[in-house]
Structure formats: structure tokens, C-alpha cells
Design a protein around this ligand. Structure first.
Ligand SMILES: Nc1ncnc2c1ncn2[C@@H]1O[C@H](COP(=O)(O)OP(=O)(O)O)[C@@H](O)[C@H]1O
Ligand SMILES: [Mg+2]
Length: 261
């Protein structure tokens, strides 16, 4: 069975794209085949994060409107990761795609998934819940992965996403806390982990520390170093998605565990 993951929050800038890419890459390191679908029609960024923005990319709208086959629209890295881009902002049809998914885009997604037959499909979505809800309705039984950064407003955005997606067809909702700043928690300058976990009804899937190396990697369009703190956190998340039990911070360096709860 292909497992489908909807990465969502009603808030922007919390780390959804980072989590989608981190999870997809970590799954492929475990030998799984992951299809990453960019559904951020407003402001796609996965191509930038991966440094492939200058490639002549086809996108989901090309499949939807029969300008490209699924085979042509999908990029593959040869190591298990495949990627289908969202339409770019200047395309005329983008206006028609904003805020909702027409049947043709759902058809395109299904065609790409059928063609690729991955182990996991990861949908990266824009801020807001219109696109995630349509995905949940059309891919019933998906797992909602909600994302909160170390800010109260983003916890609210994750919680809202969890409850709305569960009402609309998601089988379960989990929470990834990202950009977690353990040093500030230690000083009581920012909320502790328990406070963030307590603000969510979703199950904790993992905690990704604030990782400057990761942020710079995104800006340069290269993958984060395999030994970076965030890479270890994403490996742990991938293990849990494969039903393996691992300790919360297994292998994650730079986290000050004492008192962060
Ligand atoms: N764990 C992290 N550590 C450091 N920077 C991060 C982390 N997660 C995300 N970022 C940075 O935060 C910014 C927003 O992340 P992004 O994934 O684009 O959010 P969203 O998709 O929710 O808009 C990006 O510059 C990204 O590099
Ligand atoms: Mg994004």
C-alpha cells in the first residue's frame, strides 16, 4: 500500500517544505521510494531548495492539461527520490489553481502516483487549508503531518490543520516540531517542548532542531550535510513512519536535553 502524507499548517513560513523534503530524503536513505509532490501553487520552493530551478521542469499542470506525460513531468534522482513540481506563479492557469484543486490536478496527481508506484507520497502544501483539505478528501486515509515551529502562532496553525484534516478524510494526524531552539527553552526565554506538545492534539512524530546548516543549504540549493542535527532528526522521523521505535533525539547532536521539557 502506498502511504500518503499531507504536510500542512494554516500558517506560512513554519517549515512545511523543509519537513516535506527532509522526510522524503530520509525515507530514501532507508531504501524507500518517495514521491515528493509540490502543491504550493502560490509560492513553490522545493525546486529552489533542491537547486534544480534552472532545469527545464514540467509540472503538474502540464500533466493535467496533457502537455506532458507523468513520465516526463517527474524528476528522479536515481536514489529513490522522485519529484513533481507545482506550476510556476506566472503561468496563466495558476490563478485558476489558487486556493482549490480542480479535478484535472487530482487526475494528474493520481496519474503520477500510478506511474511511479512509490512507497510513500509526500504532498508539500501552501499555507492555509484549502489544498490540504482537498487532498485529504481525494486521498482518503492519508496521514496529516502538521508542522509547528517554536512559536505559539504556529502551534495554533498546526492544531487547526490537524483537526480540519481529520474531519475531512485523514486517517491520523501527527505533529513535527521544527526550528526548535533548545537553548532558549533552557533559559525559559521560549516555550518548553511539553508546552508545544500540549498545545496539539496530534501525536508527536518528531522534533527537528533549529539548524543553521540546513537553512544555508536551502539558500544555496544543496542538500543538508548528512551529519547535521536536522538530518539525524529526519532519519528518526522516517524510522517512525516505517513503524520503528526510536528515541526522541536519537543521534541528534546539539540538543540540550536537560530541562527543555
Ligand atoms: N529546522 C530548521 N532550522 C533552520 N531553518 C529552518 C528549519 N526549518 C525551516 N527553516 C527555514 O525556515 C524558512 C521557512 O521554511 P519553509 O520550509 O520554507 O516553510 P513553509 O514551507 O512552511 O513556508 C526557510 O528559510 C527554511 O530554510
Ligand atoms: Mg513551503
Amino acid at each position: 500500500m502506498i502511504k500518503k502524507i499531507i504536510v500542512a499548517s494554516s500558517k506560512g513560513g513554519v517549515g512545511k517544505t523543509t519537513v516535506a523534503l527532509g522526510i522524503a530524503s530520509a525515507l530514501t536513505m532507508r531504501g524507500k521510494r518517495a514521491l515528493l509532490c509540490d502543491l504550493d501553487f502560490e509560492n513553490r520552493s522545493l525546486d529552489l531548495f533542491m537547486g534544480i530551478e534552472n532545469l527545464p521542469l514540467h509540472n503538474l499542470a502540464d500533466v493535467a492539461y496533457d502537455r506532458a506525460t507523468p513520465e516526463k513531468a517527474v524528476l528522479r534522482n536515481g536514489k529513490g527520490l522522485s519529484f513533481v513540481p507545482a506550476p510556476t506563479g506566472h503561468e496563466n492557469e495558476t490563478d485558476a489553481l489558487k486556493g482549490y484543486l480542480p479535478a484535472s490536478i487530482i487526475y494528474a496527481l493520481k496519474a503520477v502516483i500510478d506511474y511511479e508506484e512509490p512507497d510513500f507520497v509526500i504532498f508539500d502544501t501552501s499555507a492555509g487549508l484549502c489544498v490540504p483539505v482537498l487532498l485529504a478528501k481525494n486521498f482518503v486515509g492519508s496521514l496529516a503531518v502538521t508542522v509547528a515551529s517554536h512559536q505559539p502562532a504556529s502551534c495554533r496553525g498546526a492544531e487547526r490543520a490537524a483537526s480540519v484534516l481529520l474531519e475531512n478524510g485523514a486517517r491520523d494526524a501527527s505533529l513535527v516540531i521544527t526550528q526548535f531552539d533548545s537553548f532558549a527553552s533552557l533559559r525559559d526565554a521560549r516555550s518548553g517542548l511539553l508546552q508545544i506538545i500540549d498545545s496539539s492534539s496530534a501525536k508527536l512524530l518528531g522534533v527537528v532542531p533549529f539548524d543553521k546548516e540546513l537553512m544555508i543549504s536551502h539558500e544555496r540549493g544543496v542538500m543538508a550535510p548528512a551529519d547535521s542535527p536536522s538530518s539525524a532528526a529526519f532519519k528518526n522521523i522516517a524510522a517512525r513512519l516505517c513503524s520503528e521505535n526510536v528515541k526522541l533525539f536519537s543521534g541528534v547532536r546539539g540538543i540540550k536535553k536537560k530541562n527543555i521539557f
